[in-house]
Design a binder for this molecule. Structure first.
Ligand code: NAD
Ligand code: TYD
Length: 352
């Protein structure tokens, strides 16, 4: 792996992955970040990286669906490896307007696969980053394994499921060297504040209402983003071609418990915040349609084959995350400009 194309590298996980690869691994090659810069992509999330690693980081604004732009990147940078993060990623947006999800997640993955196939003699690996949401919802017990049947509930998860199937089919049909990872919910620095944890942190800091869907009893399995990055890199290096690996945090929590924990920590960490506890800001609002009850990952296969395990607990990870949002007001201001406020207003109206 000398020249890795990272798609969606200006998003939450992609930007953390690029930092992780350059800062914390023995990877010595180049990273080429191709990102369309949708509302969720921010070049600021990688500020200073080009200067810190001269010649090793390149950004190209490009849509993965644009075959000629992507072919140009492959040729110019002699791409031998792909780590594919680019996607529309927010379930609520997919419910309101699924079009972009079909386009970027399904058509985009298909175009990248075609490109990879056309240069398959040079290709070391196509790693596809996916989600546990492809499996649908668990009941009160059990865990998703790699052989759990796909049963996606939202347009987002259905589009990711389609992309997973396409990637797998390119291994089976054309022998393309692929690996796939399905990961649970991530949290950490640089996450766009429409997702549960950063939204609750920022609203708690600003003493705004904390909208909890339904009764807050839905359960997610949380993983600190750097642990996801290390798992992806482990799979890219040591995973068996054609295989799928589950990644999880062994950290199931009810949404309401996550929100209350954020409230208590912000109360503790924000100096001078006297008065009412932030837990009072919780507002139970209209539920998400098709809201999956529970996700939980069995990542025993990855652990057995590679020894990977998460380094952070939820307690250490959430504290780091809140601290990061408190210290990075400029980044927050920047990503909230544009259409962010319109989206939040629309969400607020829909959930009354
Ligand atoms: P994100 O929304 O923060 O970032 C997505 C990035 O992809 C953005 O920078 C955006 O500009 C870019 N992008 C979107 N469409 C594009 C296109 N057509 N061409 C080029 N770039 C495009 O998402 P994220 O949370 O960082 O998720 C990254 C990947 O990880 C996604 O594939 C997602 O399904 C998967 N995943 C996310 C989570 C999670 O908890 N966030 C968990 C498991 C898997
Ligand atoms: P989210 O961060 O959107 O991730 P996903 O839907 O991909 O799991 O939501 C995490 C959980 O939090 C999910 O059960 C929906 C819930 N949620 C709220 O209760 N309030 C909110 O404002 C948001 C964004 C999510």
């Amino acid at each position: 792996m000398k020249n890795i194309l990272v798609t969606g590298g200006c998003g939450f996980i992609g930007s953390n992955f690029i930092r992780y690869l350059l800062d914390e691994t023995n990877f010595e090659g180049r990273i080429i970040n191709a990102d369309k810069l949708t509302y969720a992509g921010n070049v600021e999330s990688l500020a200073g990286i080009g200067e810190a690693f001269p010649g090793r980081y390149h950004f190209v604004k490009a849509d993965i669906c644009d075959l000629s732009a992507m072919a140009g990147i492959f040729e110019t940078y002699e791409i031998d490896t792909i780590c594919h993060f680019a996607a529309e990623s927010h379930v609520d947006r997919s419910i309101m307007k699924p079009d972009a999800f079909i386009y970027s997640n399904i058509v985009g993955t298909f175009r990248l696969l075609e490109l990879a196939r056309s240069c398959s003699n040079k290709l070391v690996l196509f790693h596809h980053v996916s989600t546990d949401e492809v499996f649908g919802s668990l009941g009160e017990t059990g865990l998703f394994t790699e052989s759990t049947p796909y049963n996606p509930s939202s347009p987002y998860s259905a589009s990711k499921a389609a992309s997973d199937h396409l990637v797998r089919s390119y291994f089976t049909t054309y022998g393309l060297p692929v690996t796939i990872s399905n990961c649970s919910n991530n949290y950490g620095p640089y996450q766009f504040p429409e997702k549960l944890i950063p939204l609750m942190i920022l609203n708690a800091i600003e003493k705004k209402p904390l909208p909890v869907y339904g009764e807050g009893t839905n359960i997610r399995d949380w993983l600190y983003v750097k642990d996801h990055c290390s798992a992806v890199w482990t799979i890219m290096k040591n995973g068996r071609r054609g295989e799928t690996y589950n990644i999880g945090g062994e950290c199931e929590k009810r949404n309401i418990d996550v929100v209350r924990m954020v409230c208590d920590l912000v109360d503790e960490m924000l100096p001078g915040s006297k008065g009412k506890p932030r837990r009072d800001l919780v507002a139970f609002v209209k539920d998400r349609p098709g809201h999956d009850l529970r996700y939980a990952m069995d990542f025993g296969k990855l652990k057995r084959e590679t020894g990977w395990a998460p380094a952070e607990t939820f307690e250490t990870g959430i504290e780091k995350t809140i601290k990061w949002y408190l210290e990075n007001g400029m980044w927050v201001k920047r990503v909230r400009s544009g259409e962010y406020m319109n989206w939040m207003k629309q969400q607020y109206e829909n959930r009354q």
